[in-house]
Design a protein around this ligand. Structure first.
Ligand SMILES: [Zn+2]
Length: 289
């Protein structure tokens, strides 16, 4: 199961959260079979979305879409009620299309792209979703998430995730960390956070090597108090036949007429879990009535 550890430091006026989504992410990778670069993009988006979701209310849902017009297409991640899911539009894009001339953006940046936005939609039951977006900065996911939080919430935040692979290219680990300044923070607290942001590579490396996250948090802030520590996070899809029928209902009516005329059943594959739904014409006729 996925781990979540949350802590607070009074000395530095910050809160810290770490998530480890390795198990659920392995399930997702098994279903969608992305190449390593696409898996990195999807994993980082999943972990950062989960970190951002830890402060939402129970029952609320957060949906993050990254649309950078890169080789891997859109990257989507969702979190609610301790469960997460996500998909990448072109999981097996041709990695030969990545250029490696001096000065070229990183492979991850070329896969995600920078010509677009990161959009965050927050769904609270009974209300219209709250949707906001900011432009992508590097297409390397972590900086783009930080840019979003900085611009939309005006809170100094470090948010960073990393994916590790074994020699055979299989996912070994997915973990992420969030460090956020609390209200009433001082200049020194800002400096403390900036210093951590400055050493992100080192922090990610430590995170991937760590197996004791509470100890890691204490290493970052020796006075940190652990507020929560559990292993309830898991991958779970929320698709259903009802939702598939709803999406068919949304089609233009002449398209529905065509389906009925052709007399062929409709196949819908869930992007999140690859489950295949087959809806026969009789069912579609009922939608029409
Ligand atoms: Zn599904």
């Amino acid at each position: 199961m996925g781990l979540e550890v949350r802590a607070i430091s009074d000395k530095h006026n910050i809160k810290i959260a770490i998530v480890d989504l390795t198990d659920g992410f392995k399930e997702i990778v098994k279903l969608q079979k992305p190449n390593m670069i696409a898996a990195t993009a999807l994993g980082k988006t999943l972990a950062n979305t989960t970190l951002m979701s830890l402060s939402i209310k129970e029952g609320d849902r957060l949906n993050v879409t990254i649309n950078g017009m890169g080789l891997c297409g859109n990257v989507v991640a969702e979190f609610d009620n301790n469960t997460f899911r996500g998909y990448i539009q072109n999981p097996r894009f041709n990695t030969d299309d990545i250029t490696t001339e001096k000065g070229d953006p990183s492979a991850l940046s070329q896969a995600v792209g920078t010509n677009g936005f990161i959009q965050v939609a927050r769904y609270t039951s009974g209300n219209e979703p709250y949707v906001s977006r900011t432009e992508l900065i590097t297409g390397e996911i972590n900086v783009d998430f930080m840019g979003y939080v900085q611009q939309s919430d005006q809170v100094h935040t470090l948010i960073s995730s990393a994916v590790d692979f074994d020699d055979a290219g299989n996912v070994k680990k997915l973990a992420g960390i969030l460090i956020q300044l609390l209200p009433n923070s001082s200049e020194e607290d800002v400096d403390f956070l900036e210093e951590k942001i400055g050493s992100l590579d080192h922090l990610n490396k430590t995170l991937l090597q760590s197996t004791n996250y509470e100890a890691l948090i204490k290493e970052i802030c020796d006075d940190a108090k652990i507020l929560a520590s559990h292993d309830n996070l898991k991958f779970q899809c929320t698709c259903s036949l009802d939702k598939v029928l709803d999406s068919i209902r949304m089609l233009p009516s002449d398209e529905i007429d065509n389906i009925i005329l052709n007399g062929e059943s409709v196949e819908v594959v869930c992007e999140f879990c690859q489950k295949k739904y087959v809806v026969d014409v009789e069912e579609i006729k009922k939608i029409k009535d």
